[in-house]
Design a binder for this molecule. Sequence first.
Ligand code: UDP
Length: 457
Amino acid sequence: MADVQSGRARLRPAQSWPTPRRVATVSVHTSPLDQPGTGDAGGMNVYVVEVAKQLARVGVEVEIFTRATASGLPPVVEMTPGVRVRHIMSGPLEPLPKEDLPAQLCAFTTGVLRAEAARAPGFYDLIHSHYWLSGQVGWLAKDRWGVPLVHTAHTLAKVKNAQLAVGDRPEPNARVIGEEQVVAEADRLVANTQVEARDLIARYDADPERVAVVAPGVDLERFRPAAAGRETAARRDARRRLGLPEQGYVVVFVGRIQPLKAPDVLLHAVAALRRRDPRLAEQLTLLVVGGPSGTGLDRPSALIELGATLGVSDAVRFLPPQAGDDLAALYRAADLVAVPSHNESFGLVALEAQACGTPVVAAAVGGLVTAVRDATSGILIDGHDPVDWARVLGGLLAAPGRRAELARGAVAHARQFSWARTAERLLEVYRGAVTDHRGRITSELAGDAAALGAGAW
Ligand code: UDP
């Protein structure tokens, strides 16, 4: 069936509805090929990659558009059968801070539109944009291609600004306005949790009918506990490989090092624990895994300096971002994983650690309230007072029986999440978006035809 043109949009061939055959995923500011844990690469990258793989598994092709940030990158990379990454030339061939990217959005969008124009008409059935910059691209492409736009914000400026860490820069008003525009234009908004859904509705005036909650997942094959009976040996081996003390206590922080993630709270907590329980504190190592990011890039050594100022440098170790099985081994090496963030849209690290059988101590904010089941899979703490954090961490470290109980709860809790389930739910959202969009275009065409018949044109 030929495309039907209207002044506003094209109607797509009926047989392609409502399950999309091909999805154009837009991820302007960070590439799915980047190693997460530093700079702008984090949970969103993992989300985009894992969802794309799962969609491909059920026969939906995914093309991921991202900005070319180095010379010599191939225009297209096949990540796995059915998942392609397209590098779009827009601006300098180097990483740019997010604040500089709005100036490149025109070039980026042009690249996306040209890539589509080179394909058969109606190549993509749906656009899924990630983060507001990509939403801006998706907004224009959606109108040109006559397909629905599904958008996931990942973080929201108004929420972030309401929970700023001391010394962190607020998100600019231009981002707030850009987000509001995307919220108004998207056919569906995907929220990671009910908390985020409520924020979209209350703070951004999103239409509740268009907001869908879809929980992110975790790779349960990679992130799994040590084999039964091998827990202690696996922990010892992992610690040996990481050069960590085999006895003693290890608390791990994994994530991008920036004020929002609040690793500084843990250093203060170590100092507080030394005052509270010096014997326990002397056996404690705090391992900080990840690289600088966001406002943390201004002073990448700030955390090291803080350790020296607090007199706890001897208890703190740093590791660069870890990948794959090494990351899983690292979670298993820990007695506890700590996630003290000021805000998290979800908190994949918390879920991964629990899937490995390590209880999580997290701040009771945003998605962490869903990612961690308080008192069952870990402990949630209100606020960021280091004395509270020292009390909870110290209390759990001194109580192996309680930790073992939480470890069992952690594995059970994490098992409720999987990327296959996330993709399944997303497909439902896609189908809803496609059906509604098609209905809207059909009635617009009928309206145009009626106006034409009545001689209005
Ligand atoms: N990550 C990683 N290696 C690291 C640190 C982090 O692969 O050294 C990954 C981690 O496994 C998780 C993601 O980065 O999947 C971080 O996601 P999260 O939701 O915790 O935080 P975000 O980066 O989205 O703020």
